[in-house]
Design a protein around this ligand. Structure first.
Ligand code: GLN
Length: 295
């Protein structure tokens, strides 16, 4: 891949053609669309203006901004980090390499929290490993009277999550705590809560090397990898959540393909939860495990 200016990259239109080819040659599946999004970003245009303004000449600053974004994408940097944004449950979330890019399947976790129908003003929902804040912020916008506590080990992630809360007008509805899983709750004296929700890291260490470069080279490993099995964090959450949950309170965790049944068995062996329920995603994969704490 050459990121040097082609001789004819003098107009928006010729730049667009060049960008498509570069991304295509780099093996980016959605090259046409991604070139459009990245150029719109680099040139400060809406995507249809790339076509209507195709004859417009480029300044050298525009050319170099566009070239840099296209070269970074060709080197497999995720589109969302380059655009600084990912949509989640219909809201735009700011994303930086300090946070996991929100995934479509995680919307299911939010849907399940919302449809519980048992949360009342003053109920407490804790989001463990909030990352970009996508779960906490979305729930806060839908259930504004519920108290939300969001925890993350990474101060850089918490800064992104706070910015997202501010962007969506729920900054004063969420309490942000830095620390490992539920440890900061004890420090703050937060006791019995209604729901603990988490999309924990769940990739097994051995699977890391096989991941696509966008994930392996750019997303935070700490947000993705849990240990040798992949289910270590689920196991810890089952153990550590129990003292913080009200009787009947729910631990709701996302899991990877094939993990829900493993986690369910761990929960059954550990005791203290029941009856357990799983929720399938659109692809028929058991994605969410819901564990009510026994009274
Ligand atoms: N809660 C965030 C999300 O679901 C971050 C999760 C994580 O970093 N493991 O996207």
């Amino acid at each position: 891949m050459s990121a040097r200016a082609p001789a004819d990259a003098k107009t928006v239109g010729s730049l667009a053609g060049w960008a498509r080819t570069v991304l295509w040659d780099a093996g980016i599946e959605n090259a046409v669309q991604e070139a459009q999004w990245l150029l719109a970003q680099a040139l400060g245009l809406r995507s249809h203006e790339l076509a209507t303004g195709a004859e417009r000449p480029l300044s050298s600053a525009e050319w170099s901004r566009a070239r840099s974004l296209i070269a970074r994408r060709a080197a497999r940097e995720p589109l969302q980090y380059l655009l600084g944004m990912q949509e989640f449950c219909g809201l735009d979330f700011q994303v930086t390499p300090a946070v996991l890019i929100p995934r479509l399947e995680t919307e299911l976790l939010v849907q399940e929290v919302i449809r519980l129908g048992t949360l009342r003003p003053g109920s407490i929902v804790v989001d463990v490993g909030t990352g970009s804040g996508c779960v906490a912020v979305t729930v806060a916008t839908i259930l504004p009277d519920v108290r939300i506590v969001a925890v993350d080990r990474s101060p850089a992630a918490l800064a992104v999550a706070r910015a997202n809360a501010a962007k969506h007008g729920v900054a004063d509805k969420i309490e942000w705590l830095e620390g490992d899983l539920l440890a900061p709750l004890s420090e703050k004296g937060i006791g019995r809560v209604d729901v603990i929700v988490s999309n924990p890291p769940y990739i097994a260490e051995a699977d890391w090397a096989g991941l696509q470069p966008e994930i392996r080279l750019f997303e935070p490993r700490m947000a993705l990898v849990s240990g040798p099995q992949g289910t270590e964090l689920h196991e810890r959450l089952l153990r550590e959540a129990q003292p913080f949950l009200l009787a009947g309170g729910l631990l709701m965790m996302e899991a990877g393909q094939g993990q829900a049944s493993v986690v369910r068995r761990i929960a059954e062996r550990a005791g203290g939860y029941g009856p357990l329920r799983t929720v399938e995603d659109a692809a028929g994969i058991e994605r969410i495990l819901i564990a009510p704490r026994l009274g």
